[in-house]
Design a protein around this ligand. Structure first.
Ligand code: DQA
Length: 146
């Protein structure tokens, strides 16, 4: 697998979850679009959404064994809480982009703290579902250059 797309807790509720904050596209819509764009670029992509920390950590561990070249991750609320998921990203050393649908810097102070931003290649926040497309573009460039 070239790219692993990971989505954290409550993102399975996209479409109906706080649409003013997160938009009206469902996760299935987003994954279908990103999957099609990755295929057009000649890259394979796997998607996994998990509401639990352990499920996300296990996927990151698996990525280090199956040749994954890049991770696009929206850790959702775990962004602000999970040293364990941060450590998993560090343990694998796979380059990644942190994505948020909303602009976390316009929101509550606790959302402005991330356990991932300082170890990510880059962060995309506030562009809704389009943020995943920007992240995919960055992943394609990264893979071509490495
Ligand atoms: C989010 C922002 C987080 O603060 C929040 O907990 C989420 C979604 C976003 O995509 O904007 O669940 O990661």
């Amino acid at each position: 697998m070239d790219i692993l797309l990971l989505n954290g807790p409550n993102l399975n509720m996209l479409g109906t979850r706080e649409p003013a904050q997160y938009g009206t596209q469902t996760l299935e819509d987003i994954v279908a679009r990103i999957g099609a764009l990755a295929t057009d670029a000649g890259l394979s992509i796997e998607h996994h959404q998990d509401n639990s920390e352990v499920g996300l950590i296990d996927k990151v561990h698996a990525a280090s064994k199956n040749g994954t070249k890049y991770i696009i991750i929206n850790p959702a609320a775990f962004t602000h809480t999970s040293i364990a998921l941060r450590d998993a990203m560090l343990a694998t050393g796979i380059a990644f982009t942190e994505v948020h649908l909303s602009n976390v810097y316009k929101r509550e102070a606790f959302r402005q703290q991330s356990y991932f931003s300082d170890i990510a290649e880059g962060v995309i926040s506030g562009f809704g579902a389009q943020g995943y497309e920007f992240a995919l573009d960055a992943a394609i460039t990264y893979i071509k250059e490495h």
